[in-house]
Design a protein around this ligand. Structure first.
Ligand code: PLP
Length: 370
């Protein structure tokens, strides 16, 4: 295959390869590694969801790309109940095979190309950049609209609460983003993966009536069930918002066969219709966060932002790879901030996604180091 045809050559190096040696060092700790480098859920899927999955497992036919009416209605109801989002028509909900694929495909699905600009946060979930690169679009990293000057992007990703920083954008900030979208005809893709995991203050959706006054034009909210319902392995998410944009995405995705399997749709419907398991999971993370936060602070770390989400954005005021080494000496693996953007170089991202036992082990090692 010629280099010209190799899509992978357009993409950044897979960053996780660069921490392989630090991971190997952490794994030699006599008490075993505490891997806090990735945000993968460790608690089991709720029986209510598993029952829904298996009850739909005998259905032989193709699932609808648009999802079942039950799933779309459950999504609308959950967004209203959990986040106060109103005015959403079930037709304006579209399931995704996990939101990573949707985000990676979005710029291309919206028809962006070399003349288009995509805005991503300064430190960001890497898939926003990947999506823009797939489309061959230009990329600018910016957290504030003033940084953009007169440029008019075609698409802007916002992510509140943020991965990796846990930063929450307030209502005023998001209102300005919406105004900007209207003035310059920019599509806003708001990745709201962590909206249900807010610890301090309040995080709101781009579709919150306080933010958009009920007008969803140019706005897309992206919701994952991976973290709030432990469904990372099921691949379950959806996008909702501007009816015209959702219809366009549906048309394209229908042609490409981007269908969520029917049993997963049934599982998603059950998960979105029940808030009890979601609250239980949030409580597990809240407890782990308290334990880890206290231990990190005792060990001399400063924790920035992190008012929501599944990570503690932590620094010792030194290069992140030095901190990574220090943690690995104690058998703890974190993700270096430089994975997420050039301004992340003095932070490490420490995930709350480990069992209570592993979180306690990490806390003990950190406190012993203090
Ligand atoms: C900010 C953000 N968006 C989207 C995703 C993707 O989630 P999924 O593809 O599991 O829905 C993640 C996963 O870690 C994330 O952190």
């Amino acid at each position: 295959m010629s280099a010209r045809n190799r899509v992978s050559s357009l993409l950044p190096d897979f960053p996780w390869d660069t921490i392989a040696s630090v991971k190997a060092k952490a794994a030699t700790h006599p008490g075993g590694i505490v891997d806090l480098s990735v945000g993968t859920p460790v608690d089991p899927v709720d029986p209510l969801i598993r029952t829904a999955l298996s009850s739909a497992s005998a259905v032989p036919g193709y699932p609808a790309t648009h999802g079942t009416p039950e799933l779309r209605a459950a999504a609308v109801d959950a967004l209203k109940r959990r986040y106060g989002i109103t005015g959403l028509d079930p037709a304006s909900v579209l399931p995704a095979i996990g939101t990573k694929e949707l985000i990676a495909g979005l710029p291309r699905l919206l028809g962006l190309g070399a003349d288009d600009l995509v805005v991503i946060p300064e430190v960001a979930y890497p898939t926003y950049e990947v999506g823009a690169l797939f489309a061959g679009a230009q990329i600018v990293r910016a957290d504030g609209l003033t940084q953009l000057g007169p440029q008019t992007p075609a698409l802007m990703f916002v992510n509140s609460p943020s991965n990796p920083t846990g930063r929450v954008l307030g209502v005023d900030h998001l209102r300005k983003v919406v105004e900007f979208a209207r003035e310059r005809d920019v599509v806003i893709a708001s990745d709201e993966c962590y909206l249900g995991l807010t610890w301090e203050g309040r995080a709101v959706s781009i579709l919150d009536p306080e933010v958009c006054a009920g007008d969803h034009t140019n706005l897309l909210a992206v919701h994952s069930l991976s973290k709030t319902s432990n469904l990372a392995g099921y691949r379950a998410g959806f996008v909702a918002g501007d009816p015209a944009l959702v219809t366009e995405l549906l048309e394209v995705r229908k042609h490409a066969g981007m269908m969520v399997p029917f049993p997963i749709q049934a599982a998603m419907t059950a998960a979105l219709s029940d808030d009890t398991h979601e609250a239980q999971q949030r409580e597990r993370y809240r407890v782990r966060r308290e334990v880890l936060r206290k231990a990190l602070e005792q060990a001399g770390f400063r924790i920035d932002h992190s008012e929501a989400g599944l990570y503690l954005w932590s620094t010792r005021g030194e290069a992140c790879r030095t901190t990574l080494d220090w943690l690995a000496d104690r058998g703890i693996l974190a993700a270096p901030g430089d994975f997420y953007g050039p301004t992340g170089t003095e932070h490490v991202r420490i995930a709350l996604t480990a069992t209570d036992e592993r979180i306690a082990a990490a806390a003990e090692r950190l406190t012993a180091a203090a």
